[in-house]
Design a protein around this ligand. Sequence first.
Ligand code: XMP
Length: 631
Amino acid sequence: MEEKCAILDCGGQYTKVIDRKVRELGVKSEIFPIGVEPEKLDGFGGIILSGGPSSVWESGAPKYDGRIFEKGIPVLGICYGMQLISDHFGGKVVPNYKTEYGQIEINIDNTCPLFEGLEKCEKVLMSHGDAVEKLAEGFVQVADTDGVTAGIYNADKKIAAVQFHPEVDPTVHGLDILRNFLRKICLFKDTYALEDRIQTSVDMIRRRVGDGKVVVLVSGGVDSAVTAALLVKALRPEQVYGIHIDHGLMRKDESDKICENLYKLGLTQMQRINAENEFFNTPLEIEGEKYLPLSQTTEPEKKRAIIGHMFFVVTEEAAKKLDLDFETAYLGQGTLRPDLIESGNPDVSGYAHKIKTHHNDVGVIRKLRDKGHVIETNWDWHKDEVRQVARMLGLDEEIASRQPFPGPGLGVRILCTDKSGTAFDSEDGTKKHNTLARFVSDTQNTYTGVLAPIQSVGVQGDHRSYKNMAVLFENGEEGDPADTDIDSLFALAKKIPNGLSYINRVTYCLNLAKEPERELFCSPSYICHEAAELLRELDDITTRHLMNKNLAQCFAVLLPVSAHEGKKYSVAMRAVCTTDFMTAQSAVPGKEIPLGALKAARDEIVERFGDKISLVLYDVTGKPPATVEWE
Ligand code: XMP
């Protein structure tokens, strides 16, 4: 029988990370809401209860059916899941008994099958306010922090639970703990092979498309390249049409490379559409709201809406020219499993609740999906799996390992503004700048902090923010700023957004050894051909020098900020380390990126584009409080 593990979602932010880890360990998983009817779990060999924001003693705690514990299926509770289990079996969970956030050390009993092979002391990620004060009958404590229960086990019932999060990176041996649960408690073998899943995808395509035609939008990233390759594998060449839309916001040479590679793989009907003019200059009406063209728009969300909508307009136009329409033809998409989970797609999850609408899921696409005309070939894979599939299908390594690139492309990396002036033009701006300058000099007198008159997107709590950026300049007259004391720089960068609520991003200036003579000013700046061309080159320099295996992503951002008359722009280099993209750390120069590489990138930028670029910055902010993209 097929081995399957059910993940019951208690509303936790890491549910899809649990899903990815279980699949990485070779076990098929499906996500259900915590209130699932127990009958739906027939045939599952394991149950994982996720974390969640509620408290078991609250009246609004999520409802569940206690019969899920009577089916004899092994259970692992995580965080809120452990509290739910304790409460259900008669233990006592209390609020504010011990609040623990962040990576901490716990003691474990490594004779418990859940912790087999681990040390007696382990580093884990804790994030909880409530705690288990009294164990439920039949359970023993198998982990603790200073006497507070961090793990419980009931061998007879095969129910284990942990207060910490084994699914995320800061829990150093988290994957071993999940493996122990799946192999030693559920007794799963590793049977969920990627090869079989490729065949399942091919079978699905053949079953749904039959003799029909599929139009696949090829973006340049690995996801849509895999979709195109799978369609070519499953169907006859004349059934598959590839369309690559160059919106004028692609990276350097990207469009050429992707078209060449897919042609080699047998996608012979491949059209490349150069649509920069349409994307930049067309006014639109989207769901009754009028939009100015992209080239006159500064708001991040509006930029996204325009680009997303234009993709479909241009695709429909191109399909019409090919004599295809989506009444009969299908649209192939590279949507991944985590995006479909968040969209509440029934193919991947028993969870009907929609968390957010993903970019692959805008209005027009949803209508097509409802008609059954969207083919999502990658529905069963997370990002790392899709990379493996790409290799197995013979795509070039350059595409298989390509760093993520957002659908709106360089459009979210050209910061736009319709304002001009400095932070000092208003009383409020002056006050904010002065507070920042004081905060910096009081904390670290090696640096001067300057408020930049622009804002970028960040994420704090569960909300997106749009706040100011701080620039740090070295105070010294001489020397190379890239030789600064990195530890104190990063410590300061962490303190600023925590101390000053109007700042969500901090950058460090690499090309000026002291605060510039002139104030930082911004001038009106929009997406245009010149800006995109300039950023393509800056991005190419940044990637060539900085990209390495430690980084999840690395790119350049064009900013409408300057400290020099006659220069309109500055550039920020961004290099981040992350595996889940929910959180990210700025790569540390000298550790995750060689210092020499950072200096070489800066020097090439100054040498080739010094006439246009004022400041060369390095983004030293994590996510949160910033986001990976600046928008
Ligand atoms: P943020 O900026 O939210 O980004 O920290 C997290 C990751 O998502 C990527 N990203 C996108 N990917 N379409 C995509 O396919 C998009 O619209 C989009 N926006 C952000 C971003 O590059 C990073 O990897």
